[in-house]
Design a protein around this ligand. Structure first.
Ligand code: MN
Ligand code: MN
Length: 354
């Protein structure tokens, strides 16, 4: 990279570039966010399974552009593309909160999308499962951009398969429990993935911890099933009373009560719809964006993260792109916290090579 630094300039160089050819002076990575590559934060695009296994990235972004399982407003199929480009930054990023430049510490790539086609629910879930299996099997932490929340069943199932025999807990931020047995008779809707994960044995109910639930769903019979299966959940009212940090600390301890590793699932509708309107089932009275970003730093900073998803971003309901922008930052907070953990453990940096 030393050669590149002599031949190329960066957007934030202290000294303006002198004597470089303007046609080539900036690498694609360093060009403005609206120019050139549309991968997540212009990370290298690496979709081939063999190439993934050879490179063994630390983190891989995966798109799951699938919304065939929604119960109300559709549009989350456009989430991955919107979230990938929902940033105005170019070049190296510097987390002020964690005092780290994450791409200097972790090899991060964009593994592209699962090969979804419309109107085929079973096929969609199967190709998402296989894509996440490929990525997690390469040794990378998959960070999956949904898509409706039904994608968490194939995604977390694939990660659980890769980490076995280690047991996995799940921390789930959402306005909704997503633990129905069926919605209008459909077992694989976005209201049911958490029940499917527990029934399949991918995760034990007692290590499935939900944060931010509120509103008018699920009904008592579903809550009774959750209680019977040992799920633990923290309502928004508890967060209002105790503060998010104390509640999230409890959620981490509960999810790790047995398991060694954590899958983090973030439904963007856990944020108040005033701050994240671009979603399918907006539920008033949610988290502040800053509380969710802090909570993600808290979780990822204290556990061994093996997979993550950020789901239910439906950009069409949000002309100002604040929802996609919040989702982008959820992912960046996780990557930055993973980088800070690597530094804290005294491991050598493994910068993203381009
Ligand atoms: Mn959900
Ligand atoms: Mn939800």
């Amino acid at each position: 990279m030393a050669d590149d630094q002599r031949r190329h300039a960066g957007p934030n160089d202290e000294d303006p570039p002198v004597g470089l050819d303007p046609y080539t002076e900036f690498l694609d990575y360093d060009l403005p966010a609206y120019v050139g590559s549309t991968t997540f934060q212009k990370l290298p695009f690496l979709t081939d399974a063999d190439a993934l296994r050879a490179r063994r990235p630390d983190v891989a972004i995966v798109g799951a552009p699938f919304d065939d399982a929604v119960s109300h407003r559709p549009g989350a199929r456009f989430g991955p593309r919107a979230v990938r480009v929902a940033s105005y930054h170019a070049g190296s990023l510097n987390s002020l909160q964690l005092d780290i430049q994450p791409f200097d510490w972790l090899d991060c790539i964009d593994a592209g999308d699962a090969p979804i086609v419309p109107a085929n629910l079973a096929r969609g879930h199967e190709v998402i499962r296989r894509k996440v299996l490929e990525v997690a099997g390469s040794g990378a932490v998959p960070i999956v951009i949904g898509g409706d929340h039904s994608i968490t069943f194939p995604s977390a199932s694939a990660v659980a398969e890769v980490v076995a025999p280690r047991r996995m807990g799940i921390v789930h931020f959402d306005a909704h429990a997503d633990t129905a047995n069926s919605t209008w008779g459909v077992l694989a809707s976005h209201g049911t993935p958490m029940r499917r994960l527990i029934e399949s044995g991918a995760v034990e109910g007692r290590n499935f911890v939900q944060v931010g639930l509120r509103g008018y769903w699920p009904p008592p019979a579903t809550l009774a099933w959750m209680q019977d299966h040992g799920l633990r959940w923290h309502l928004m009212t508890e967060i209002e009373e105790r503060g998010a940090e104390a509640v999230v600390a409890d959620a981490i301890a509960e999810a790790l009560d047995g398991p060694e590793v954590i899958y983090l699932s973030v439904d963007i509708d856990v944020i108040d719809p005033g701050m994240a309107p671009g979603t399918g089932t907006p539920e008033p009275g949610g988290l502040l964006t800053r509380e969710l970003l802090r909570a993600i730093r808290q979780v990822v900073g204290r556990v061994e993260l093996v997979g993550m998803d950020v789901v239910e971003v439906a950009p069409v309901y949000d002309v100002s792109e604040v929802t996609a922008s919040a989702a982008h930052r959820c992912i960046m907070e996780a990557i930055s916290a993973l980088a800070a953990r690597r530094r804290q453990r005294g491991e050598d940096p493994r910068p993203t090579t381009r």
